[in-house]
Design a protein around this ligand. Structure first.
Ligand code: SDX
Length: 431
């Protein structure tokens, strides 16, 4: 971020204020309004933060018009095609691609932290078996500060590093345990001889009764899904983690807050909602009816998996995800999956419809991920836990960047008050 010699002039009630303009490496300039309230006694007003930069960050850059997504400058297409999730984790956390030795050390540290405290197994038994895995993950991750108290002091760089590695390493184990618990199968311990994605698939699908062989194409597709969901600038759940962390709360509690926010159907819950919508549509002849509903202002129905606050062209992750969907479904011999047929025809019809084109509503990352995950054998309830598992590195990287920022202060937005002005209390007998 560089101070420009540019300023924005605001004239209000006959007074003029010069506001500094800051220039980023990429993207639009920002008007620095930090002193506005002190100078002009006014707030800015931006519900949903559609035009507001909440922080400066060097982790991820998104260009919604051009469909660009960079992690530390590297395009998501390159990373999804040439890198792998743990290398992307290193890049997001430390800002540079690792050397071979650095990567090996990082992968070893993560691998050796994949087990959870044995006492945590009993924590799961407090949930009903039909609990949503996201409810379990929110509770268990929040409880981690009770089990890993030795990495909760955020002022200690070493404890911050340990908490980061623990979060990235243990989320697949916790997500897999949440899944196993809800289907009544025993927990499967992680294995140190498996890569990250293969370990997760085995913890989800292995049973003690027989050996489980991970299909390398499925683990590659799983790893790619992790990579495509790793970070996404200041989205709702990341902003939640930043705001929670700004009070000095411990990292586990802040990540639990991020998981809770991600669960919403307008955000990470969209992959589950999208697949349920595709199933409800059922056959391609029903698509026009649902498109009409999505366009009807009196109908709250929206096409899940379409639209994005930032991408007003296409979501570059959806492009890669679509390629993966074709590969995985062909491998599994389900390329004629009726849900996929509906998805492809729905995409074709929506992108041919002026309502969606004029409002720039295109398939987002959630549109195809659910189809791949279903084909891999995951129930829809596990789609958002997998998104949360993938996004943990993004939340942790953004948390780390904020905690290490000397300018960090507690987040405390103001409001446009529309309530009653001061009035005297009236005793109940006189009301
Ligand atoms: C994720 O922020 C991130 O980066 C998120 C994410 C990440 O990686 O963290 O990318 C992950 O959350 C992806 C988005 C997943 N959500 C969905 O797929 C749910 C369906 N999408 C919509 O809920 C919506 O598109 C949002 C929430 C994603 C974006 O909403 P915006 O930008 O606030 O847009 P809006 O609600 O103001 O809608 C603009 C117009 C409205 O019509 P008008 O009032 O102008 O007439 O577009 C319409 C909306 O009614 N619209 C839709 C629509 N999305 C918006 N109409 C039909 N179907 C849709 N999906």
């Amino acid at each position: 971020m560089t101070d420009t010699n540019k300023t924005a002039t605001l004239t209000l009630d006959g007074k003029t204020y010069e506001l500094p303009v800051l220039s980023p490496t990429e993207g639009p300039d920002v008007i620095d309004i930090r002193k506005l309230y002190g100078q002009a006694n006014v707030f800015t007003y931006d519900p949903g933060f559609t035009s507001t930069a909440s922080c400066d960050s060097s982790i991820t850059y998104i260009d919604g018009e051009e469909g660009i997504l960079l992690h530390r400058g590297y395009p998501i297409g390159d990373l999804a095609g040439k890198s792998h999730y743990l290398e992307v984790c290193y890049l997001l956390l430390y800002g540079a691609l690792p050397s071979a030795a650095e990567l090996e050390d990082f992968e070893t540290r993560v691998t050796r932290h994949t087990m959870v405290h044995e006492q945590m197994h009993r924590f799961f038994t407090g949930f009903r078996r039909d609990a949503h895995p996201m409810a379990i993950m929110t509770g268990v991750v929040g409880a981690m500060s009770a089990f890993y108290h030795d990495s909760t002091d955020i002022s200690d760089p070493w404890q911050r590093e340990v908490a980061s590695i623990r979060m990235i390493a243990k989320m697949p184990t916790i997500a897999a345990m949440a899944y196993k618990y809800t289907i009544g199968q025993p927990f499967v311990y992680p294995r140190n001889d498996l890569d990250y994605a293969s370990n997760f698939l085995r913890m989800c699908f292995a049973v003690p009764a027989e050996e489980y062989q991970v299909d390398p194409i499925l683990s590659r597709a799983m790893d790619r899904i992790f990579t495509l969901h790793a970070d996404h600038e200041q989205n709702a759940s990341t902003s939640t983690v930043r705001l929670a962390s700004s009070s000095g709360a411990n990292p586990f509690a802040c990540i639990a807050a991020g998981i809770a926010c991600l669960w919403g159907p307008a955000h990470g819950g969209a992959n589950q909602a999208c697949l349920e919508m595709l199933r409800e549509i059922g056959t391609v002849d029903k698509i026009p009816e649902y498109i009409a509903r999505a366009k009807d202002k009196n109908d709250p129905f929206r096409l899940m998996g379409f639209g994005h606050r930032v991408y007003k062209n296409f979501d570059p992750r959806a492009k890669v995800m679509k390629e993966s969907a074709d590969e995985v479904l062909e491998l599994l011999g389900v390329e004629n999956n009726p849900t996929l047929q509906v998805a492809k025809e729905l995409e074709r019809q929506a992108l041919d419809d002026d309502y969606f084109v004029s409002k720039k509503l295109f398939p987002n990352v959630d549109f195809y991920s659910g189809i791949i995950l279903e084909a891999m054998g995951f129930p829809t309830a596990m789609f958002t836990p997998i998104f949360a598992l993938s996004r943990t590195v993004g939340w942790i990287s953004q948390w780390k960047e904020m905690i290490e920022d000397p300018q960090m202060k507690i987040g405390r937005p103001r409001q446009l008050y529309t309530g009653a002005s001061e009035r005297p209390y009236v005793d109940v007998e006189n009301r």
